[in-house]
Design a protein around this ligand. Structure first.
Ligand SMILES: Nc1nc2c(c(=O)[nH]1)N[C@H]1C(S)=C(S)[C@@H](COP(=O)(O)O)O[C@H]1N2
Ligand SMILES: [Mo]
Length: 507
């Protein structure tokens, strides 16, 4: 029987559509900005020379972006048809087409500002879809070629499979868009939310030691580290949010967002860090948090004397147990609604999260928090505790060298060394640096308005030509010296001095 390249081209083009649909759906569900196709369009816009862009905009006006997207889609359909035709004679060649397209998509996604590894997922899903669907759609064509007597039956099968794939593509893309829609609405609510009394506090001038390369004392929201187990983060409208407080209390209550923000507001600088932060690493940040003191709310509900913790639960089911002492003493443990003067970013727990100075995030800083059960440690096992992490998670004193970098070449002679040190809720009294295992030399500290935030430090050392080792340690306000004993992050936080190597070179 005579073979029809048209069918193979159609199969390839359909495969392309299905892959674009699954890829788009994954991007929407994960709500990672935009689909890879849009990322490619943005990349093209970015690398188009200004003069060419102006000429094009003159030519097509407001239609520039839709036309660009349309052009990309038409090109992709052609590539899909091309891959389909190639599949007629080779299994490898269409794979190469999918690979090249995926590589372009990956590149475009990764050069987007703030891109991270998850953003590649839609591309990966699209690639896998292409490979699987092409072989499924072309199977009847292959059979028809091998068994000509079955050709007419196989042609019907092909048309059915092709039709099903087309419908599936539309359904997948539509479902993805539907799930992603919640996110867009919440992003809009967040943008429009006005929080009475929340101020945008600049970092006090004295906090900086004015050394280039040292982490900014105030961490911008976009640079603040992110840790959560949720793949698709919860999207909660403020009007739908509530916090139920129950368990060993005199009066169970449920607070709405309006109830919460009508209370007296507390604002504070608090450094939040992750127990998984390795020595010298950067899972830590410092922000201006605004919220309502948890101590006040717990006082209203009345606590049973036998209780010793609050089991906090997030809307996505994650939980942690926080000691009542830390929630009811004089520290600023709060239900936070704003971070650096803005409503919490969705990824950081919008509309409400917990922040507790002095404790690692995994035992205290519940994002998208919706439930407080007042209870006893011995009666509960929280998410990370069940997985081998310590039940209690007070922050360990720690310090880090930000500049110079490990392995850097530096000029012989005077060298400025600097970084940050933290011991939240105790405070840092001193930071010391040792060169090549020599005497500990005291560093200059930046000021800090509170013991709940980290401090910047800097020191000038003098280096002779050759390789050197620099290490740092901190001393807290209780007189505790940071230990040099190296311990892993599991079960309750790393210890050890951050140590780096530099090469001093002359000229
Ligand atoms: N809902 C939820 N809240 C969570 C987590 C989580 O996985 N889910 N991780 C915790 C951990 S381990 C840390 S270190 C902090 C991190 O907060 P951030 O992502 O705002 O920096 O959030 C805490 N709150
Ligand atoms: Mo963490």
């Amino acid at each position: 029987m005579h073979e029809q390249p048209g069918r193979w081209a159609l199969a390839g083009a359909l495969t392309m559509v299905v892959g674009l649909a699954t890829s788009y759906a994954v991007a929407m569900v994960l709500t990672i900005r935009e689909s890879p196709v849009v990322a490619v369009a943005e990349l093209i816009i970015r690398i188009t020379p200004g003069a060419v862009a102006e000429w094009l905009i003159d030519l097509v006006g407001q239609l520039d972006k839709p036309l660009l997207l349309l052009g990309i889609v038409v090109f992709l359909l052609a590539m899909g048809a091309f891959a389909g035709v190639l599949a007629r004679t080779s299994t490898l060649k269409p794979l190469l087409v999918w690979l090249v397209l995926s590589a372009i998509g990956t590149g475009a996604v990764l050069v987007q500002p703030g891109a991270n590894a998850v953003d590649v997922l839609p591309v990966v899903v699209g690639f896998v879809t292409w490979v699987v669907v092409l072989s499924a759609v072309t199977q009847p064509l292959v059979t028809a070629r091998q068994r000509p007597e079955l050709a007419s039956r196989e042609r019907r099968t092909f048309l059915v499979v092709a039709g099903v794939m087309g419908v599936a593509a539309i359904a997948i893309a539509g479902a993805g868009r539907f799930v992603g829609r919640g996110r867009r609405h919440v992003a809009e609510s967040r943008r429009l939310l006005r929080l009475e009394g929340v101020t945008r506090e600049p970092a006090p001038a004295a906090t900086t030691v004015d050394l280039v390369g040292v982490s900014p004392w105030q961490t911008p929201n976009d640079d603040f580290y992110l840790i959560h187990t949720a793949i698709s983060v919860p999207t909660i409208e403020p009007k739908d949010w509530s916090l139920r407080i129950h368990g060993l209390v005199d009066r169970e209550v449920t607070l709405s967002f309006a109830d919460l923000v009508s209370r007296r507001l507390t604002q504070a600088w608090i450094t939040l860090g992750c127990v998984s932060n390795e020595v010298g690493s950067d899972l830590i940040g410092n922000a201006w948090w605004s919220g309502v003191r948890i101590a006040d709310i717990l006082a209203e509900v009345g606590l049973d004397p036998s209780a010793d913790c609050v089991l906090q639960t997030s809307e996505d089911g994650w939980n942690c147990a926080t000691p009542l002492t830390a929630l009811t003493d004089d520290r600023n443990a709060m239900l936070a609604v704003a971070m650096n003067g803005r409503p919490l970013p969705i990824e950081h727990g919008f509309p409400v999260r917990t922040v507790v100075p002095g404790l690692y995030g995994y035992v205290s800083a519940t994002k998208w928090v919706v439930d407080f059960e007042v209870t006893r440690f011995r009666d509960v096992a929280a998410f990370w505790t069940q997985r081998g992490w310590s039940e209690q998670g007070p922050v360990k004193i720690s310090s880090r060298i930000d500049v110079p970098g490990d392995g850097d070449d530096v000029p012989v002679g005077a060298l400025d060394v600097g970084g940050v040190a933290w011991a939240q809720h105790t405070g840092i009294a001193g930071v010391e640096v040792a060169v090549d295992g020599g005497e500990w030399q005291p560093a200059t500290l930046g000021a800090t308005p509170t013991d709940d935030s980290w401090v910047q430090w800097r020191l000038q050392v003098d280096l002779e030509e050759g390789d050197h080792e620099l290490r740092v340690r901190a001393i807290d306000k209780d007189g505790l010296e940071q230990t040099g004993v190296r311990r892993d992050v599991l079960p309750d936080g790393a210890t050890g001095w951050h140590t780096i190597q530099v090469g001093a070179v002359s000229g």
